[in-house]
Ligand binder design. Sequence first.
Ligand SMILES: Nc1ncnc2c1ncn2[C@@H]1O[C@H](COP(=O)(O)OP(=O)(O)OP(=O)(O)O)[C@@H](O)[C@H]1O
Ligand SMILES: [Mg+2]
Length: 457
Amino acid sequence: MNHSILVVDDEVRLADVLAAALEDLGYRATAVHSARAALTELEQTRFDLVLTDLRLPVMDGRALLREVRSRWPEVPVIVITAFAAVRDAVELVKEGAFDYIAKPFEIEDVSATIRRALRVADIVRDNERLRGELEGRYSFDTLVGNSAAFRRVIEQVTEVCETKATVLLNGESGTGKELVAKAIHFNSPRRDKPFIAVNCAAIPETLLESELFGHVKGAFTGALANRTGRFAAADGGTLFLDEIGDMPLPIQAKLLRVIQERSFEPVGATRTQTVDVRLVAATHKDMRQAVDKGSFREDLFYRLNVFPIQLPPLRDRPDDIPLLAGHFLADLAESMGKRASGFSPAAMTAMAAYDWPGNIRELHNCIERAVIVAKTQTIDVADLPQDLFVSRRSDRDAFPRDLDAELERIERDFIIEALRRNDGVQVRAAKLLGIAERSLWHRIKKLGIRLGRSIAD
Ligand SMILES: Nc1ncnc2c1ncn2[C@@H]1O[C@H](COP(=O)(O)OP(=O)(O)OP(=O)(O)O)[C@@H](O)[C@H]1O
Ligand SMILES: [Mg+2]
């Protein structure tokens, strides 16, 4: 799109002539005749550049420059000045004007200065954008994943972390709910304040209230001293309420009050405490169903569901498996002082084909085990848990009725898939499977796999 320029000059004719000349040069130009009018225009429309006369009545060019620098710092300002006032104009450049043009001027001079200013502004803007992107990437470096589904999660985390909005994370076990909760906290303005986690399912109902809100000495048998609760401990920071779907109803009522009033009383206390806490809640349960069943308060659900983030199960984003596996391998090998540094193609294929009911945690554990048992630098299928080979979504717990037939089926599936991925080229398929080409050829014959079009279809 064409760059847009705001021309400010109290000499109406001059302003109009200049605007028309700029339009001829291919810019979009708007002429106004006072600094006030210029500010009004800038508030309503985005301009790429301001070209202003220095001598203006009421509010002069210098005051306008200051205002633009502070409110729209990315918009360059060029000052036009009478020859006699060039010294003032030089001062203005020190104050942040891009450049000045002395009257009388040729339109070519104006156009050259404008081109230069716009080019610099573009470079600055690009740099800012790049820096923003880099910072974004680095700050979420604990969250590994590049699939479309996971990028959506990162986008949502980016959007919400700057705010104080309550976040409700929903996802199967091991999908990264706690990790995302931490990413939100540590990328928020509260990052220097505490991140406190409470697992609502792990604490018995009788203790949960005092755990969250604290108690005073003597509030109940065993309350030997005052105790600060997690809410107070998280003041200024983030409280992560894990397994919120398992919170008992009486505690839900108390939590609702804290959310509404930002205050609570410790068990047995008469004084009310005020807190400033950002809430992130997580659950693997279907909360709407819990509301329908009556095990979760509807009013509390709506208070928590301000910014929901759904964490996709790993089987729905298999593209991330190689990335995560590589990340865990590098990490674990280093911390365990092992040499393992990669996966055989067959091992990678098996991992990519598995459905990971325990999600990322299961993948992490699988690699941890593999790093321990691997005898060579390359992790192979033998180093992976058997689950990856016998289990398929529905029959995970069932033994095969005929082990040989089952193994043949798996072998056949892998070979067909490897051939398909390599357009039927056997050398490459063999490589992918980690076997010799001869061996692949024997297996193809043994299993009666038909080569040719059916593979590529
Ligand atoms: N995107 C990710 N990148 C790297 N590691 C991840 C990612 N997501 C999860 N993990 C790792 O997977 C493991 C499980 O994650 P986390 O504990 O956050 O899951 P969860 O959803 O809270 O599980 P649960 O419901 O069982 O408590 C952790 O070791 C975590 O570091
Ligand atoms: Mg968790």
